[in-house]
Design a protein around this ligand. Structure first.
Ligand code: ZN
Length: 417
């Protein structure tokens, strides 16, 4: 998942607001989560060096995914009958520039694409990005010396989900649709891989039944909250999501198809999308996002649920697409950032802070993880959206009195941007 602070750069709508290398043998799941664990541990090992696009580590990850696709029995659907779809982007040297233009280094990456071809007219796309932050030069929330960001949750967990679902669908022998499985690169830089994929799609974009994206599904917490984004992108979703929800999960539905992750690229091409996410945590975009912290059983529960949704959506005719509300909201440009990570799964009043970045305005003002922002200046903050709106009105150098709830008590803190 991309960092909140940077996605304003790409003019995202007003925050539509979000294995020690070994050769795995076979894939029988003896215990819930065991098979997933093998993939997560491999992809998040130091051997892959954080899988940053354009690096050897990312190539190793792509080769591992290719190998797993072959084991599962998927056919290649990348360039020239291979599993790889290669793309390159010019990376702007100007931090505020548009990456697609201007002077800069050319970075090349590859999506890994496999499929089950049932000769059907319509196709289901299931994806997750495999790239991460490498040694943390860009996009990291960690301030120490260069260190490998293994990205076990972000997003080895999602890739393990693609592999799990590919194997489950293959075994179940569904035939009504074709199934495309994609692992994207360059997500952390700005959804590069999914963007390229949609524009150079191996099947016509208007023949996609729906797209499922998994970005960070490995940290199901004690409250068992699972965020499902994009519910408003097709009239068929709402009911099917509720009807199939297991009692072991607490589903938080988000209508918007926009999010700081790959399903947004498909949503922008009028494809119904669902994005799955188990929530933020303090290891997000830090070297500590490692595999021992993964809730494998939880990830397995989430994947079983997604599989039941795929099954249910197989009995539906090709889904119709609906735009979600955020469409008309203006693109908000931010001049300032607080340097906090919102708790996306918090649904009480205000904006709950899930992490504070050292050296940034919120840190300077003494804000802490767990604080709930209820007021910015004179404006009541009802939720993340109002918080973002407030933020868009401030300038650098300005000081704003922020009212927070800390352990139930109101505290006022001046924050200087
Ligand atoms: Zn990320």
């Amino acid at each position: 998942m991309r960092l909140l602070q940077v996605f304003s750069r790409y003019s995202f709508l007003a925050f539509a607001f979000w294995l020690i290398t070994c050769s795995p043998k076979g894939y029988p799941i003896k215990e819930p989560g065991q098979g997933i664990a093998m993939d997560i541990i491999t992809l998040s090992s130091d051997h892959m060096e954080g899988r940053e696009i354009g690096t050897e580590g990312a190539d190793k990850a792509a080769e591992y995914i290719e190998k797993r696709f072959k084991e599962i029995g998927l056919n290649p659907k990348g360039d020239n009958n291979t599993y790889f779809q290669v793309f390159s982007r010019k990376k702007s040297n100007n931090p505020h520039g548009d990456d697609s233009q201007g002077e800069g280094d050319i970075i090349s990456g590859k999506n890994v694409v496999g499929w089950i071809d049932n000769k059907a007219p319509f196709t289901v796309v299931i994806g997750a990005h495999y790239d991460h932050l490498g040694y943390g030069k860009e996009g990291s929330l960690y301030t120490g010396p260069a260190a490998i960001h293994n990205g076990a949750d972000d997003n080895a967990s999602g890739v393990s989900g693609v592999l799990y679902l590919a194997e489950s669908i293959k075994k179940a022998g569904f035939t009504k649709y074709n199934y495309l499985f994609v692992s994207f690169s360059g997500e952390e830089k700005g959804l590069w891989g999914s963007n390229y994929f949609v524009k150079n799609c191996p099947v016509p974009a208007n023949s996609i039944h729906y797209m499922i994206n998994m970005d960070m599904i490995g940290r199901l917490n004690a409250e068992k909250k699972l965020s499902v984004g994009g519910v408003g992108t097709s009239p068929a979703f709402d009911k099917i999501i509720d009807q199939n929800a297991p009692s072991t999960l607490s589903i938080k539905k988000e209508l918007s198809g926009m999010a700081p992750s790959d399903h947004a690229s498909f949503y922008n091409a009028d494809v119904p999308v669902l994005g799955f996410f188990t929530g933020q945590h303090e290891d997000y975009h830090k070297p500590s996002d490692d595999h021992p912290l993964i809730n494998y059983k939880g990830a397995h529960t989430v994947l079983e649920y997604i599989f039941t949704l795929v099954r249910a959506l197989d009995s539906e005719p090709k889904l119709s697409f609906t735009k979600t509300k955020d469409e008309t909201q203006n693109r908000v440009a931010f001049n300032v950032t607080m340097g906090v990570m919102p708790d996306y799964l918090y649904d009480g009043k205000g904006m709950k802070i899930d992490g504070v970045k050292e050296g940034r305005p919120a840190f300077g003002a003494g804000l802490m993880k767990g604080d709930i922002i209820i007021k910015m200046g004179e404006i009541d903050v009802a939720d993340i959206q109002t918080y973002m709106k407030c933020l868009s009105t401030y300038q650098q150098g300005q000081t704003v009195e922020v009212t927070i709830l800390r352990e139930g008590k109101e505290v006022k803190k001046p924050v200087t941007f």
